[in-house]
Write a protein that binds this ligand. Structure first.
Ligand code: NAP
Length: 520
């Protein structure tokens, strides 16, 4: 049995007591335990804030970039070990494991590259404003690193990328991090951080890891600290209500649930390249990581006249997909990550069905599994539902079933499609497929205020675009409303969470000297 350790105050440590058990979701065998009981987390928070903060703020962006590059290499160097660990501890296929692990190293590498561009300085500036008749007296907005620590709390579904995408941005901003992975999949995060620490490039205090509960640590955060959370809307709401957040203005970024949509524009038929791209992307989003992605498509909207064709095409694609032992090459989808996820998936489907959706493929029954003969494992089938009365199928727009399931629905016209998409009350991503510019304009303008990101699948890019669920570090990730109201990544934009914008008013020449960027 493996003991998942925490990395606190520069040491690998284990909590006391039996701890939580972590299971291989394909076999249901306990493989590890994690406990933070008895660990002095508030002391570690203070140590990170003081020691790690001072060490990082003494470095320029470019110097921090060197660290990020080395961390990226360390993750890449441990790739094979991490993939094996992901298959065993998360039930991912090899391809799904790479999505998480390579996503982590790529995001660290991206921010290393941005660091080089930002150069040998420690602050960011914005264009100056002339404040009076005199061109001499100006207001200059500058961003400097806040002297706090970032507490990062992550969801179970991306044990590597989840830590790395937040860490990359915070370290580049000069902010030390205490990261807490979801306990159920923390073995993989532990292994990745082991590789990072072994690379011996992290300044003392720059990164700490808590595996197990953080208990009431959020309440120990101080005004200069940051809380960045990814997980369910319920936990997000609880943390947003913490006294430290409400009374001490701790900055908080919440990334939560999302009922992401894919919309097929009118006048796109089965013979069209755009139609094929739409079917390809919806299939991928439904099944990649067994649908356990915050950006996975949950609602599929198509014009009423092609509903049957879309249903037939999706059923055709999905019914051939092999489910089973994720270590086998032929298997395309592994199990859900935990027994709780399996129970939630089944009860979630029940809610959708109660609200008028019908299962046309898959469902709550255990599917035929390849390479698993004993009936064990948290397996479910790719599941497609159809709700032919989308206006009254309330649960479909309100309840996120976190697994390989999506609901297909018809719409009447572009305005109706926008109204239905908006019923999700704020999402991370919406994908829109079509070529007609007028229709796309109505859809994209209507949908944009409810989303952090929109991907347009038109025929000119159908064969070269990314799938909607892929989060790239150069674009923002987050969404309004139900999605948590947060915003992460987006290149330099992401740094603003960790920095203070100050308007410096005075003599233009003097301010320019104070915030001069050293020549390379
Ligand atoms: P969760 O149950 O809300 O847990 C998320 C994290 O919060 C875990 O690390 C959990 O720790 C921790 N936590 C729970 N209660 C806490 C408390 N009182 N104080 C501090 N930390 C606390 O969510 P999940 O089941 O791991 O993740 C699935 C959800 O995440 C889905 O709804 C999905 O949509 C969402 N998600 C969103 C994004 C996004 O970017 N928007 C990305 C991925 C996932 P323990 O594991 O120790 O309980």
């Amino acid at each position: 049995m493996i003991t998942v350790k925490s990395y606190l105050v520069g040491e690998w440590v284990s909590g006391s007591g039996a701890g939580a058990s972590l299971f291989d979701p394909s076999t249901e065998k306990a493989i590890a335990t994690a406990s933070s009981e008895g660990l002095d987390l508030p002391a570690a928070l203070t140590w990170g804030r003081t020691k790690g903060g001072a060490n990082l703020r003494a470095l320029t962006f470019a110097q921090r970039g060197v660290i990020l590059k080395a961390l990226s290499k360390a993750v890449h160097g441990a790739r094979e070990t991490l993939i094996e660990c992901s298959i065993e501890s998360g039930g991912t296929t090899r391809s799904d494991a790479k999505f998480d692990i390579d996503g982590a190293s790529a995001t660290l590498a991206f921010y290393a590259g941005l660091a080089t561009k930002l150069g040998e300085t420690t602050f960011l500036t914005e264009p100056s404003e002339q404040l009076t008749q005199s061109t001499r007296f100006v207001g200059q907005h500058v961003l400097t690193t806040r002297p706090g620590i970032a507490l990062h709390v992550n969801a179970f579904n991306f044990p590597c990328w989840g830590l790395a995408e937040k860490l990359a941005v915070a370290l580049l901003a000069g902010t030390p991090v205490m990261s807490k992975p979801a306990t159920s999949t923390s073995l993989l995060t532990f292994r990745m951080v082991e590789a990072m620490v072994a690379a011996n490039v992290l300044p003392e205090g720059a990164l700490q890891l808590v595996c197990g509960s953080v208990r009431d640590l959020v309440e120990k955060l101080e005004p200069e600290d940051v809380l960045a959370f990814t997980g369910s809307a319920d936990t997000g709401a609880k943390l947003r209500g913490a006294k430290s957040v409400v009374a001490r203005s701790v900055r908080v970024n919440i990334e939560a649930d999302s009922l992401n949509s894919a919309v097929l524009a009118p006048r796109v038929g089965p013979g069209d390249e755009v139609f094929r791209a739409f079917i390809r992307d919806v299939t991928k989003e439904l099944t990649q990581k067994a649908g356990q992605k915050c950006t996975a498509t949950r609602r599929i909207f198509v014009p009423r006249d092609v509903l049957d064709e879309v249903q037939a095409a999706l059923v055709e694609e999905l019914s051939h997909l092999k489910v089973g032992n994720p270590s086998l090459d032929e298997v395309r989808m592994g199990p859900l990550a935990t027994a709780q996820q399996l129970a939630d998936f089944k009860s979630g489907l029940g809610k959708l069905i109660e609200s008028g959706a019908k299962v046309v493929l898959g469902g709550a029954e255990r599917p035929k599994t390849i390479g698993i003969d004993d009936g064990k494992g948290y397996f479910v089938a790719p599941t497609l539902l159809v709700a032919d009365q989308p206006d009254t199928a309330n649960a479909v727009h309100e309840h996120e079933v976190f697994g390989p399931s999506a609901t297909l629905m018809p719409y009447n016209d572009a305005a109706h499609a926008v109204a239905l998409v908006a019923r999700g009350q704020g999402g991370l991503v919406c994908s829109v497929y079509g070529d007609d510019r007028e229709t796309l304009k109505a859809l994209v303008h209507g949908i944009a205020p409810f989303h952090g990101r929109i991907l347009i699948g038109s025929s000119k890019v159908a064969d070269q675009m990314i799938t909607p669920g892929l989060v790239l570090p150069s674009c923002v990730h987050g969404g309004p409303g139900r999605a948590g109201g947060g915003e992460e990544l987006g290149g330099e934009r992401g740094l603003r969470l960790y920095m203070q914008r100050t308007a410096i008013q005075g003599d233009r020449a003097l301010i320019e000297k104070l915030f001069e960027t050293p020549k390379a």
